[in-house]
Design a protein. Structure first.
Length: 202
């Protein structure tokens, strides 16, 4: 299983957002915004519109809410988990080993996957009897479900990443679809907020 996501992200809402921003910038709306007393219904409506616009912009450019579909990231993530995805970090900081990320599936960029980054640019990745080795050093402390397959070694070129699912026996990942270019990384998973009993920060 790929670990696909039902992503409630920017792409689905950009046409709506563009229309809202044009409407908010119109002269009639600006005049309406400036009018009204602090306690008037108009003032209350202003606050509702302002809050809605702020939340929409936050959703478009800062965070994404995604739902996990499938079991390829077990035991870390489970089918139906609701995630908060940070869309900003990778524009100002480097991708780190062990980061759980949302990425566009390289074979169909309309589909989102959730995987763990294990190989960084310039590194050599190999799996031996299901154990992960990076540059010859065993680096498999992610609590994954191992299989007993061999893979590689594979050198990760600049600007690309090697990703794996934590549930290795069933995961569709870089062993199948290849390396992931940096531009296909949509963001880093920061938290699981549902189910509440399993809420966690990553």
């Amino acid at each position: 299983m790929g670990g696909a996501l039902a992503a409630q992200g920017a792409e689905a809402h950009r046409p709506i957002a563009a229309g809202m921003l044009r409407w908010l910038g119109s002269s009639a709306v600006v005049r309406w915004w400036r009018a009204g007393s602090p306690d008037s219904p108009r003032r209350v409506a202003k606050e509702v519109v302002g809050t809605t616009a702020a939340l929409l912009l936050l959703h478009l450019f800062v965070v994404q809410v995604s739902v996990v579909r499938g079991s390829s990231m077990e035991p870390c993530l489970h089918d139906g988990d609701r995630l908060v995805v940070d869309r900003v970090t990778y524009s100002i900081a480097e991708v780190g080993r062990g980061d759980v990320v949302v990425l566009r599936y390289p074979r169909d960029p309309e589909v989102d996957f959730v995987k763990r980054v294990v190989g960084l640019p310039g590194e050599s990745v190999r799996l031996c009897d299901g154990e992960l080795f990076v540059d010859g050093v065993r680096l498999d402390g992610f609590g994954c479900i191992r299989d007993h397959a061999d893979f590689g070694p594979l050198r990760v070129p600049a600007g690309q990443y090697f990703v794996l699912g934590d549930n290795r026996p069933i995961s569709c990942d870089s062993r199948d679809f290849g390396l992931v270019p940096g531009e296909l990384l949509k963001g880093r998973v920061r938290a699981r907020f549902w189910p509440l009993a399993a809420a966690a920060v990553f």
